[in-house]
Design a protein around this ligand. Sequence first.
Ligand SMILES: Cc1cc2nc3c(=O)[nH]c(=O)nc-3n(C[C@H](O)[C@H](O)[C@H](O)COP(=O)(O)OP(=O)(O)OC[C@H]3O[C@@H](n4cnc5c(N)ncnc54)[C@H](O)[C@@H]3O)c2cc1C
Length: 301
Amino acid sequence: MSLNNELIKKFSNDITKDSKLSNLSWFSLGGPAEFLFKAKNKNQLIEFLKFNKIHKHKITILGAGSNTLIRDRGVRGVVIKLVSDFAKISLIDKDTIEVGAATLDRKISNFAKDNGIGGLEFLSCIPGSIGGGVIMNSGCYNNDISKVLKSLKVVDIHECKEKEIKREDIKFFYRGTNLTNQFIITSVKLKGKIQSKESIEKLQNDMIHKKKLSQPSQIKTCGSTFKNLSNSKKAWELIKETGCDKFKEGDAIISQKHCNFFVNNGKAKSADIEKLINKVKQTVNDKTGISLELELRIIGE
Ligand SMILES: Cc1cc2nc3c(=O)[nH]c(=O)nc-3n(C[C@H](O)[C@H](O)[C@H](O)COP(=O)(O)OP(=O)(O)OC[C@H]3O[C@@H](n4cnc5c(N)ncnc54)[C@H](O)[C@@H]3O)c2cc1C
């Protein structure tokens, strides 16, 4: 039996070959994964990683796919998506919750509200999972993950062991951290402040309302394409002022409501989105001398 067949046999219910990925990205784009492994719990994940030491397949982690463009020819190696046990939420102290890495940010925000924990309202505006949220240090309205994270648990893909990392041992930047991709985040502890449910709900609704006014919804997008740079205009302002907001490539277009949001308008290919990204980056650079930096993650070939 070939190693690959052995891999499929061993994890038969949870691993698939040539598996469609486009339904796992908010762009609804991208080719297949050579293997897609849906890990149900920590022990199974560790068992898989130990087995993969023989195969040495390249590993790529996908969260909710709300910040990831998957290229048209797909992803070689194994794409791991955390499911089941990784979406559990529990209250571990009156102001602290522990969540599996695959838990959606919106659910966490609602759970915190139901338990009278404030400070996590902003998570109701971010469509990803908390694992992706930590890696991206996601945030809005003067909040981000770094301000509410207490600690996290990761599985090291080389050591195949789980360990805890404290907040103070992680460096957070604007939309990023120093965590390397040798770590798969398995769970996260978040600490808020005890507050009344009414005040939490009001703030949450205000934020959701503000987002609806400023950002498009019901479209195939991964949110902001470029980071906002310090000491410079916002990325969307640079895109608009240089006239790039009118650019398109095939069915890849730019939202007129928020021109840092690039959109698959129906029949785009990932290559069209990437061409549009490069064209905008080049034009902004030519006209302003500013080099825009990607917030979006691009994976695959
Ligand atoms: C409409 C819309 C609005 C948005 N608004 C905002 C906003 O206001 N603020 C903001 O910051 N972002 C925003 N985003 C971007 C996106 O939602 C965030 O970056 C989000 O946190 C990404 O989470 P995800 O689970 O979808 O990550 P993915 O896109 O799946 O992955 C992002 C990165 O995290 C890694 N990753 C994911 N899970 C794990 C894990 N368990 N362990 C290790 N690595 C992991 C991936 O490998 C990848 O490198 C928006 C996106 C959309 C579509």
